[in-house]
Design a protein around this ligand. Structure first.
Ligand SMILES: Nc1ncnc2c1ncn2[C@@H]1O[C@H](COP(=O)(O)OP(=O)(O)OP(=O)(O)O)[C@@H](O)[C@H]1O
Ligand SMILES: [Mg+2]
Length: 237
């Protein structure tokens, strides 16, 4: 169970998150939406440990994380991907997973890496150079594979479907459903495409100007006048 209580994050004079309280179980698949600059990635960063809340708490499975370093958060079971894929340069796909595994639980398990490569359909690319040898969809699959190598209970996915064409989106949607249902991994996914979110998630939370403005089923949330206004409002240039 992930729990955020009154999380506020300020970057100098800019309030990127304002008093955000939110919780979800590892048995849920939740969409996180909101206009550009709303604070979605910052919310992920506060959970995975890249930024520290100015105020408020982040808890996972009852463990207070707000002041814990990144690797400790990976070890309690929080995995994430980045909006811009960040493979480790000069390493192969397989080596990237080895590094991710070390980061996650300190141990290398080659059998498990083989399974993850197979699951994400990356076996044929395993010995390729990750920085230069992969197409966009393969890079995104590697992002998810790296996060899986840390053995998460909860996966934070930052726009893994963005930029993919219809088939790529379908592939990822099916994989994520499988991850969630079969492997019982909780997923919090940032995704702009309303249709994808509605298909994939049974709960959606909406951020606007750093504040949580809606939380409910996709149907209810995407019909909420305040949510519609946040997307079409003249304030967002
Ligand atoms: N490290 C930082 N230093 C200063 N400002 C930051 C930093 N990170 C984010 N911001 C600002 O905080 C606000 C929220 O940014 P964030 O990246 O969380 O938005 P987002 O919802 O993920 O947007 P997008 O949909 O474009 O990815 C923006 O105004 C951004 O410029
Ligand atoms: Mg973002």
């Amino acid at each position: 169970m992930l729990k955020l209580e009154g999380v506020t994050i300020q970057f100098g004079g800019l309030t990127a998150l304002k008093d955000v309280s939110f919780s979800m179980g590892s048995d849920q698949l939740v969409g996180l939406v909101g206009p550009n600059g709303a604070g979605k990635t910052t919310l992920f960063n506060s959970i995975s440990g890249l930024v520290r809340p100015t105020r408020g708490r982040v808890e996972f499975d009852g463990i207070e994380l707000s002041r814990e370093p990144l690797y400790r958060r990976a070890r309690v079971g929080i995995g994430r991907t980045f909006q811009v894929p960040q493979p480790m340069h000069e390493l192969t796909v397989r080596e990237n997973l080895i590094v991710a595994q070390r980061f996650g639980n300190g141990k290398v398990d080659h059998g498990r890496i083989k399974e993850i490569l197979e699951f994400m359909d990356l076996s044929a690319q395993a010995e390729r150079d990750a920085a230069t040898g992969l197409a966009l969809q393969e890079l995104k699959r590697l992002e998810v594979a790296k996060a899986l190598a840390t053995e998460p209970k909860l996966l934070l996915l930052d726009e893994v479907l963005a930029g993919l064409e219809t088939n790529g989106k379908r592939y990822f949607t099916a994989k994520l459903e499988e991850l969630h249902r079969q492997f019982k991994i909780g997923i919090l996914i940032i995704e702009h495409d309303i249709e994808t979110v509605s298909t994939l998630c049974d709960r959606v939370v909406v951020l606007n100007f750093g504040q949580l403005i809606a939380d409910g089923t996709p149907d209810a949330v995407f019909r909420d006048p305040e949510v519609i206004k946040s997307y079409t409002g003249a304030d967002h240039a």
